[in-house]
Design a protein around this ligand. Sequence first.
Ligand code: BT5
Length: 322
Amino acid sequence: MKYEVLTMLYNTDKYLSGETISKKLGVSRTAIWKYITLLRSEGYKISSATNKGYLLKRDYIPLTNYQVLQNYDGDTKLYFFNEVNSTNTKAKEIANEIIDNKALVYSRTQQQGRGRLGRTFLSNNQSGLWLSYIYKPTITPEKATIFTLAASVAVCKLLKKECQLDAKIKWPNDIIISGKKLCGILTEMSCEMDKINYIIVGIGLNVSQLSFDDSIKDIATSLYLETGQKYDRGLLIGGLCYNMDNVYEQIINNKIPDIISEWKKYALPMGQNIIIHKGKEQIEATTITINDSGHLMVREVNGEVNAYQSGEISIRGIMGYS
Ligand code: BT5
């Protein structure tokens, strides 16, 4: 019922009296007051004025299941939390319990967001999308790399459609705008020899940060910093879910080459000089392309051509972040 009240408030930009709402929904005005209180506790800003009623303010829209469901009616099962350590970790617990092939775990904030290779992803705030998709595809484990590429394509399409931003992908898992990192992706998997139990695709996208911690202030950016706009995180998650549904369909229908060719359209140009960090070793190389398995092909300084998987190396441009 509280969401019916919210829907009424959404449908007008004028004050709505308690009496109008209570007549329409057939409940008392005291009940309406309780629902308004509940909605405020979820973060909605609702002002009230004597003799006028209630008005929903649009300058800050909290992240709630309602916001996502207003923007997505597909078949991905949604698990929403106020706070978790890491949505990837939570997703693993949930993946072990559910039989669904597709689910999404998202949280307003996470205390210990994780990057690759044991790194930290700063996300202990309500300023971004911190979420993890769970999939149980019947494909073989060596094809799992495609999920990171597919998610990158899904994010870039979302940014183009909702924010008119031309984001670029930096292999394997970064989404870059103006040479800074807007979004990172962490794909993890539980598998047996020839069978995937589940894949978790974790996506962290900076939305409303005005500034960043000193440790990343030179390399990170947010949608707000890039566009000056405030975004409803529910709308972004809804759009992302549709895009993820599309790429997942492509993966299970054996259309991996289609994803790779789309990926190439969004990727930073190849031919860049990079440094590969492989354990303690550092190798200078030039990027060539990604192969049909989504591995990065590089020409190393000694002339050797090698293909690398995302989990085994970390790369840095010689000039700047990209
Ligand atoms: C990543 O790792 O970029 C993968 C990030 C995945 C985060 C999502 S959030 C939801 C889900 N739950 C999780 O626990 N994780 C996933 P990597 O390529 O290793 O990059 C990590 C590096 O990015 C750090 O060492 C910093 O340099 C930088 N970084 C940290 N926080 C950042 C932020 N908020 N924005 C941009 N860069 C950041």
